[in-house]
Design a binder for this molecule. Structure first.
Ligand code: ADP
Length: 200
């Protein structure tokens, strides 16, 4: 059994940045956003089921899923949206479980934006929450992508304090990248020793 550290935080809190720092230390990442794309790659049962249901109008010319077209189809149709979620959620859960189990690093970092909202924190040995003020989140999201609708996404996410309640560790990302890296190195040493304890 892998020792699983869940990594979460609001949009723009710095999850991807933190995940990259752990990856640099040799830690395997299982990223929910990446897995969500993997389960609908060409040749997967996931994509096959979607095409069977919606037709080839949800395919791009190269055979990949046309996400924008699919989003459009389910956007204003609740029953189609529920159908899609009922298909995808178990596929994503299963693939994440497979990747978590297959991870070879001393512990594995499970990156899930909605880890708390979806109750997945219960499947983690530790829960690391990246925290930044809403002002800083907005600033960083806009600096990353001028067209991003940070407000809308933040409104759908858990409130900062609710998320923090579930944290076993909090990574304060109000400082610069040097400070962030130092905190990651400290946490890495803690997780290595926790993972070793669990194996004993
Ligand atoms: P998330 O994955 O949580 O949405 P990111 O890791 O993509 O957040 O960070 C959002 C943006 O802010 C990125 O452009 C990233 O480079 C930048 N960023 C993250 N942490 C810091 C920091 N400590 N100082 C300056 N910029 C940062």
């Amino acid at each position: 059994m892998s020792f699983v550290v869940g990594l979460t935080g609001g949009i723009g809190s710095g999850k991807s940045t933190v995940a990259d720092l752990f990856a640099e230390l040799g830690i395997t990442l299982v990223d929910a956003d990446i897995v969500a794309r993997q389960v609908v790659e060409p040749g997967t049962p996931g994509l096959e089921a979607i095409v069977e249901h919606f037709g080839t109008r949800v395919l791009q010319a190269d055979g990949h899923l046309d996400r924008a077209a699919l989003r459009q189809l389910v956007f204003s149709n609740e029953s189609e949206r529920l159908w899609l979620n009922a298909l995808l959620h178990p596929l994503i859960r299963e693939e994440m479980a497979h990747q978590l189990g297959a991870a070879q690093s001393p512990y594995v970092l499970w990156v899930v934006p909605l880890l708390i909202e979806n109750g997945l924190y219960q499947d983690c040995d530790q829960v690391l929450v990246v925290d930044a003020s809403p002002e800083l989140q907005r600033q960083r999201v806009l600096a990353r992508d001028k067209t991003a609708d940070a407000e809308a996404i933040m409104a759908r996410q858990l409130e900062r304090n609710e998320r923090l309640k579930h944290a076993t560790q909090v990574l304060d990302n109000s400082g610069d990248l040097v400070q962030l890296k130092a905190q990651v190195q400290l946490l890495h040493r803690q997780y290595l020793s926790m993972a070793q304890q669990k194996r004993l």
